[in-house]
Ligand binder design. Structure first.
Ligand SMILES: Cc1cc2nc3c(=O)[nH]c(=O)nc-3n(C[C@H](O)[C@H](O)[C@H](O)COP(=O)(O)OP(=O)(O)OC[C@H]3O[C@@H](n4cnc5c(N)ncnc54)[C@H](O)[C@@H]3O)c2cc1C
Length: 461
């Protein structure tokens, strides 16, 4: 054991430190396909312990890699043999709930689902929600500015975080645990830590904004035969449901049929054979009236020839069945591996042409056996794309990345809608950010982490 590790052990105690072979027994990704390569895993139990650890690491110029639930999809928490992994698994507490001010204060390692469950007892809801809720943590969600299924109504993590406490590279604790909705007292320092993927500070606690739990939620799925119908449906729902519309997710036919119809993992809510499938969710405060209105609005879509078929969930279990199709990322990965996954933003109106162009380019280069699967948070302008060129190779992956990312530039699109940059997208950052923006990012990084010990190599080379 080195002096540094021994000194860290004295701070965090035996429960707070994992070394040797025990490190490589730990998973390094959400599917458990890789194992941890760090030289040690430090599991602080408090902000104060982490602050002391970082003081030592800073003095020794020791690199650290923060890890939450490891559900990130861009290799943002990958650690190498020279790194120490900082795990937040012993900092999972829900510290305080203010039902009047509608806030919850939590530790960074608290899973998103645990936040949902804790605040539900008070008739409140945390609006950010996504498929990995059982494992993904508040700290990971903040560090990646996670989005999810209800961004169209409630925004991303950034819109739902009021305060953040973080430990800087040198161990300084920045306790910016604001609980106020309005606070313009100079710079909003929490923004440094939201979406910066652990490269500017280690999030230890956060104050999250809550909403009263809607008294009714309605979920439906519609089948559509053209992209024009998708656009018309989106406009129709916006007009008729207003701010009650909480989700507008769309699956292209290949995705729906692969997962819902042909995988054997689900009962298809609607038959296959249509070009698009939309999942629509709305919430309100008058369950009976809202359910009737939802049925009327979907009925109008059928009558007006906007949609070819529709189903409305008659129970929570049926609603969950609809969402499971969309959220079955494991099934998708199993069915498409080996493949490259993407998370891009672009104007909604440009999506159909973009996807057609990508399909044509992939088929032209690798043939019709190659897979291009498309789905996403369409209402947010966010598509997830899985491309499996056949035969697969790392060279093919790079070529696919080029085909996916290059057309985004003239569309002013983004190479990352919600997953971040990590290691995976670093080389392509110039598609979405100007040289001046990247230079300013480097200035901020150098100011907050002059020794470059926080999640080195992630986001910026
Ligand atoms: C099935 C599935 C569905 C998903 N759906 C969505 C979705 O709809 N929307 C979406 O946005 N994402 C989605 N994701 C991606 C992922 O869940 C998010 O990126 C999530 O925010 C990662 O949280 P985590 O706790 O797992 O963080 P990790 O994966 O452990 O880490 C993510 C990044 O945050 C850093 N980090 C972690 N904790 C801290 C901390 N306390 N302080 C500083 N840095 C930290 C890590 O170093 C890394 O760079 C999905 C993933 C899966 C597997």
């Amino acid at each position: 054991m080195t002096d540094l590790i021994a000194n860290i052990a004295a701070i965090v105690g035996p429960k707070g430190l994992i070394t040797g072979e025990d490190v490589s027994l730990r998973a390094a990704d959400w599917l458990g396909t890789t194992t941890c390569k760090a030289k040690a895993v430090v599991r602080p139990a408090s902000t104060d312990e982490l602050s002391q650890v970082m003081k030592l690491c800073h003095a020794a110029a020791q690199s650290v890699v923060p890890a939450g639930g490891l559900t990130g999809l861009v290799h943002g928490s990958d650690a190498g043999p020279d790194d120490i992994q900082i795990s937040f698994e012993r900092m999972r507490a829900v510290l305080a709930i203010d039902p009047v001010g509608r806030t919850v204060t939590v530790e960074a390692g608290c899973p998103i689902q645990a936040v949902h469950e804790a605040v539900a007892e008070h008739g409140l809801t945390f609006a950010v929600d996504w498929g990995a809720r059982g494992s993904a943590t508040v700290g990971g969600g903040i560090s990646t500015n996670a989005g999810g299924n209800r961004v169209i109504r409630y925004g991303m993590m950034r819109d739902n975080v009021l305060g953040v406490e973080a430990v800087l590279a040198d161990g300084t604790v920045i306790s910016s645990l604001n609980t106020l909705l309005k606070n313009n007292s100079a710079y909003d320092l929490k923004q440094f830590f939201i979406g910066s993927e652990g490269t500017l500070g280690l999030v230890t606690r956060a104050v999250l904004k809550l909403y009263p739990t809607p008294s009714g939620e309605a979920t439906g799925m519609l089948a559509l035969d053209s992209y024009d119908e998708v656009l018309r449906l989106f406009a129709h729902l916006g007009k008729r449901l207003g701010s009650g519309l909480t989700s507008f997710e769309v699956m292209w036919r290949d995705h729906y049929e692969l997962i819902a119809v042909n995988s054997g993992r689900h009962t298809p809510p609607l038959p296959g054979g249509h070009a698009f499938y939309a999942i629509v969710e709305a919430s309100g405060v008058d369950p009976e009236r809202d359910a009737d209105h939802f049925a009327t609005v979907l009925g109008e879509a059928l009558e007006q020839g906007i949609a070819a078929d529709a189903v409305i969930a008659a129970s929570k279990a049926q609603a969950a069945g609809i969402w499971k199709v969309r959220e079955d990322i494991e099934g998708l990965f199993m069915a498409t591996a080996p493949s490259a996954t993407f998370d891009v933003s672009l104007p909604i109106v440009a999506m159909d042409e973009y996807v057609r162009g990508l399909r044509a380019a992939v088929t032209e280069r690798w043939g019709a056996d190659s897979k291009v699967i498309v789905f996403g948070h369409l209402g947010d302008g966010n598509l997830h794309i899985v491309v499996g060129p056949r035969p697969w190779s790392e060279e093919a992956r790079h070529q696919v990345e080029e085909l996916v990312y290059t057309p985004l530039k003239p569309l002013s699109g983004s190479i990352s809608a919600e997953h971040g940059i990590g290691l995976e997208k670093r080389a392509w950052l110039g598609i979405s950010r100007s040289p001046e923006e990247i230079a300013l990012m480097r200035t901020v990084k150098a100011a907050l982490d002059p020794k470059g010990i926080l999640n080195p190599g992630k986001v910026l080379a």
